[in-house]
Design a protein around this ligand. Structure first.
Ligand code: NAD
Length: 771
């Protein structure tokens, strides 16, 4: 713990620096740079020693600071230089980047490892390097600003002291679990020691971000530096200078023995007693670990090995000591990196990263002003994600009630952020003021892009495109958020079809990460570039697909829903089907999904896509359309009307309640009862969705398997542990997949017949993804 005097000194300095930041920026360059002698000059790291013997080690990779092989090799050299150089008494480790300390391990390096032993070695080497930091007799202070993730936080934890800026960009986390891995450089062993077992498990099992002030409370860091507020010149530069200054003071004080770090927790305190019971007492420790295991199994249905391995490795360290824990960690790291789950999750990570780039390049005329037509569930959501990214939005509806409802939705969502403290009430009000609600086409002459979200009705959308084009400037783009109406059909009413495009958002728009952009043969590159840019700016992961019935996501959902209805008419019940699909890795079961999407939407999809792809949708599509039509007629529309397959209004406290009237409708179309093994049920639904995805690639609806995997996982909840339809086929084996579909085709009908492109991969022994 900081001595009281030093704490006071640091606080006083912080306050003074805060108040005089602008002056300090000009008059007092960071102490380290004034009389610094060079210690190390590399591509990723530059280090110098100041007159007080504090080495400033600057992480400065040409792109992002990640724990690549190159950076690690340079870091080893810096450690040698620190150890040998008599001028050095302590060191500060700091990044030159304005948004990151270290973002984590180099994922490319991990996925290039050839086997589990190779990966375990990478882990051991990382552990050794960090042990070297921890054992250094010259104290090293981590000065953290921006992302401090994974290997980055492990480096910081190995340091002797940690200071971080209280800034929105500063986040500390061990997110390896999200890639199917565990922290492999000692993190599983160091984190529980710093923050205690329950909080360490919480951080490692969720991968969640921790802000600096919370990290200080947890004991993850030792001190914070407030960031410079608005109104000060170069607030980030000044915050970084302030951080460096405070870190240098701490490093000097540590070396001189004036700053003693005591992280022990008094036994007679709530924290002390909790720590004793959950870590020292074997029974208590096992109880916490067992509870964590049960929670993980409940949440993941046993589909993800990484969180369970984290629990085991933490247990190994607490029971058998630090070295034992490190060995278990490296071994588990190697094993996890070779699992299909980790490969799937890493594939999704690379896919998302690739899709952050605008494939059409920057538009010549970027969109500034957006108009949204229809203030319903979707329109209000689209307006919200636009204003949050600084677009000015005209929100137009045809009815005052519609407008009021949409505005209320936006306000409620933003106010939720104020309550969760991610927004101030001032910021909320500023954002809300960016929306101009109106019932007319006033000011549409200033609009660059219209996003239409009125009712799903082709004639209405065609009428609207005509009306709005009469008032828009010539360059403006018309985007439709239709769920399934062909964009080419809507564009037929347009006088400039090159400026018409589909922007298919998912509900709820502020939460769902995916945006499916649909181009027609007539859509221009400039229109596509502008639409992708808007989507990326709104924070969406953007896939681009070609126009066609159901585009991509709705099209692959249709055979899955048809098969779900077939299994229900065979006699399986709603609860059971939901459970089977969740066990298979879907976040929600198919029955719940249908209620969430809307039974009326499901009806239109079954009807339209059944007509478009007759033989492939199978007899289930016709039956599905009949069942769903009866449900729609009874207003069983799903969650939005309170009743669908489940009674949503009676849900609270008791879990879901089955709508027996809906069951009665299904009974009328019953073909069973049949007994089908659960795994076969799950494969039938997921396999048909996957086979349809292959058709989409074959027909050029999809331009790559990456779009297909990302679209299915982030738009429809395809099991992330399978990595999307194409990654799943690759790990299942195209040949095995074809065989399985052929068996099902024999048993159930031709709608299971494998797509020709899939058969081709099976014959050639090739994969959809290259790595
Ligand atoms: N709800 C979903 O999950 C979802 C998902 C993706 C896409 N979509 C599509 O988005 C569109 C809107 O869906 P929603 O769920 O938001 O519908 P909604 O019924 O909640 O809202 C539609 C809004 O449009 C307004 N409107 C109707 N005609 C208008 C006109 N001529 N001018 C201005 N406003 C008009 C209505 O007053 C209403 O407020 C549909 O095409 C739907 O298929 C919906």
């Amino acid at each position: 713990m900081l001595s009281a005097a030093l704490t006071r000194q640091l606080l006083q300095r912080s306050a003074r620096n805060y108040a005089t930041a602008a002056a300090a920026a000009v008059a007092a360059p960071a102490a380290a740079t004034s009389a610094a002698a060079s210690l190390f000059q590399g591509t990723h790291i530059k280090a110098s020693v100041n007159a007080d013997g504090v080495a400033i080690v600057r992480l400065d990779s040409p792109k992002v600071n990640s724990l690549s092989q190159e950076l690690s090799a340079e870091f080893e050299s810096v450690l040698s230089a620190l150890e040998k150089d008599n001028r050095v008494s302590s060191a500060v480790l700091i990044s030159t980047k304005k948004d990151a300390f270290i973002v984590g391990a180099d994922i490319g390096m991990l996925s290039a490892a050839k086997d589990a032993d190779d990966l375990a070695n990478i882990s051991s080497n990382g552990q050794n390097m960090l042990n070297r930091i921890a054992k250094s007799n010259k104290p090293i202070v981590a000065a953290i600003h921006g992302s401090c993730l994974g290997g980055g936080l492990e480096v910081a934890m190995a340091c002797h002291y940690r200071i971080a800026t209280v800034h929105p960009k500063t986040a500390l986390a061990l997110p390896e679990v999200m890639l199917g891995l565990l922290p492999g450089a000692g993190g599983t062993q160091r984190l529980p020691k710093l923050v205690g077992l329950p909080d360490a498990l919480d951080m490692m099992l969720t991968g969640k971000n921790v802000r600096a002030d919370k990290a200080k409370k947890l004991g993850l860091i030792d001190a914070v530096v407030q960031s410079m507020g608005p109104g000060i010149a170069d607030p980030i530069d000044n915050t970084l200078k302030n951080l460096e200054r405070e870190a240098v003071i701490a490093a000097k004080a540590l070396a001189a023995g004036k700053l003693k770090v005591d992280r022990s927790v008094p036994l007679l305190s709530v924290k002390g007693i909790t720590k004793y019971l959950t870590e020292e007492v074997e029974y208590g420790r096992n109880f916490v670990l067992q509870k964590a295991r049960e929670t993980v199994l409940k949440k993941t249905q046993g589909n993800y090995p990484a969180p369970l391995a984290i629990i085991d490795v933490v247990r190994a360290g607490l029971a058998g000591g630090f070295t034992n824990g490190l060995q278990a960690e490296a071994k588990a790291f190697g094993k996890l990196g070779m699992t299909d789950e980790s490969k799937a999750l890493i594939g999704l990570y690379f896919g998302q990263t690739a899709l952050k780039k605008n494939r059409y390049g920057a538009p010549e005329r970027p969109t500034q002003n957006v108009a949204v037509l229809g203030a319903g569930l979707m329109g209000a959501g689209i307006a919200q994600v636009s204003i949050e990214k600084n677009y000015n939005v005209i929100l137009k509806d045809m009815k005052p009630e519609g407008l009021a409802r949409g505005q209320a939705q936006i306000y409620k969502n933003l106010d939720g952020k104020v309550k969760r403290k991610s927004l101030t009430s001032f910021e909320r009000d500023q954002l809300v003021a960016r929306v101009s609600p109106q019932l007319t086409y006033q000011n549409f002459g200033e609009v660059d892009m219209v996003i239409e979200a009125v009712f799903e009705d082709l004639a209405l959308k065609q009428r609207i495109i005509k009306d709005v084009e009469a008032v828009l400037p010539p360059h403006a783009i018309f985007a439709s958020n239709t769920s399934a109406l062909p964009i080419g059909e809507i564009a037929k009413a347009s006088s400039r079809p090159d400026k018409v495009i589909g922007m298919h958002y998912f509900s709820p728009v502020d939460k769902m990460p995916l945006l499916e952009i649909i181009t027609t043969d007539k859509t221009s590159k400039e229109t596509a570039a502008a639409a992708v840019q808007v989507g990326l700016k709104q924070g969406k992961t953007v896939i681009v697909v070609k126009d066609g019935p159901g585009f991509y996501t709705t099209r692959i959902l249709a055979p899955m829903l048809a098969e779900a209805i077939t299994t229900l008419t065979e006699g399986i019940d709603f609860f059971h089907l939901d459970k089977v699909m969740q066990k298979y890795g879907f976040p929600v079961g198919s029955v719940t999904l249908a209620d969430e999407v809307g039974i009326d939407v499901g009806y239109h999809v079954s009807h339209d896509l059944g007509a478009a792809f007759k033989h492939r949708m199978g007899p289930g599509a016709e039956r599905a359309a009949l069942v769903l039509k009866e449900m729609v007629d009874k207003n069983f529309l799903g969650r939005k009307s309170g009743k669908g397959c489940y009674i949503w209004s009676e849900r609270k406290g008791k879990g879901k309640v089955i709508n027996e009237d809906a069951v009665a409708i299904f009974r009328k179309y019953q073909t069973g009862p049949f007994t089908v093994p659960d795994e076969e049920v799950a494969f039938r639904l997921t396999g048909r969705m996957t086979n349809e995805a292959v058709y989409c690639l074959q027909e050029g609806i999809l331009s790559s398997p990456v779009d297909g995997d990302i679209g299915a996982v982030f738009g429809l909840g395809f099991p992330p542990n399978k990595g999307g339809p194409f990654r799943w086929i690759d790990s299942y084996g195209a040949k095995n997949f074809v065989n399985r579909l052929e068996q099902l085709a024999t048993k159930y009908g031709d709608h299971f017949a494998p797509a020709p492109l899939l058969i081709e991969h099976a014959k050639n022994g090739t994969k959809f993804h290259k790595n």
